[in-house]
Design a protein around this ligand. Sequence first.
Ligand SMILES: *Cc1c(COP(=O)(O)O)cnc(C)c1O
Length: 405
Amino acid sequence: MSSNKPDLPQGLHLDTLAVRAAVDKTQYGENSEALFITSSFTQPDCETAARRFSGEEEGYIYSRFTNPTVASMEKRLAALEGSEACIGTASCMAAVLLLCMGLLKSGDHVVCSRSVFGSTLKLIGSEFGKFGVQTTFVSQTDPDEWRRAMQPNTKLLFAETPTNPLTEVCDIRLLADIAHSGGAVLAVDNCFCTPALQKPIALGADVVVHSGTKYLDGQGRVIAGALCASEAMVREKFIPVMRSAGMSLSPFNAWVVLKGLETLGIRMEAQSQRALALARWLESHPRVARVYYPGLPSHPQHALAMAQQSGQGGAVVSFDVFGDSPEVGRRNAWHVIDSTQLMSVTANLGDVKTIITQPASTSHGRLTEEQRVAAGIQQHLIRVAVGLEHLDDLKADLSRGLDTL
Ligand SMILES: *Cc1c(COP(=O)(O)O)cnc(C)c1O
């Protein structure tokens, strides 16, 4: 864990914090943050070691729970999210695991959007179900369902906005009010927007969940995750679990994310602009049945998204091609995807390389057909995570398949 000490001037903007917030330099004065590849840290003497192990004195001990490179990444991400503290994890799923282990016990109840990331659904619903945590899955967009699902033992509300892949938007401020009036905590997966576009803590959320794998790294190099929260919550709820359970972020992966954060603001802006232009073009294409993008006025939560996401839609655009039956829908979607020559067919997003996937057979392939239909993920749905290639080249790449359907 690392928290923000007032060592930088106050009131700095996100772009500045993204390149400046980190732990202190070493005695060598390196301008680029150092990469501390070491399992452990030597102690000057037994007395100091004892104080550090007991938490009486700050100091690096062992990289499962303390490492300066990981601490720099945590400090930078906390500064961007506007949270007091942050704890890095091996992946976003490790962050969700840490969140649930830290905040829940057998007999507790969770309210979770039905439209969250597939592995999050499985982890909270099925895996934690085995340990006596009960979860009610509710509509992403209907706050009344969240209100009705609240029980006296509800400890956690979990939301993700916009969702993957349909980009449905929920009202963070409203959900925070519902959580707090029931004595529960609101956690928000901010993977799609990142703090460059959306700051859940400022909107009332208690915990921000991150996949560093996506836009924070931004170039598809590492798996990483993090939780941003108050200093008290990180210190009391998450660090003890991290120390025992060890879902730790490796220093190398932390360093890659740390350096990725330096370009977060300009990447999110450039990728969002391309995504909006591509979404508009897709919406006017005769072979496209429907486009899902929060930046389009046709999006059901367009106004909310624009208010909540700094006026930007993000970089993920999903669309339906035509398909009267699941078989035809699947064939058409696969034709468009397999006709691309530039876009990567791969299970990731948030890269500067544009990625195209059919969610029904990939990210949501482990769900039953019933769960998929309930989540609105049909066979004819295609997801594009827009990168930094030239817009005309991206349009030409999609046209290859769309124009030959
Ligand atoms: C990819 C993704 C995750 C999981 O991230 P990992 O770092 O691979 O564990 C969680 N939530 C959302 C919204 C994602 O897109």
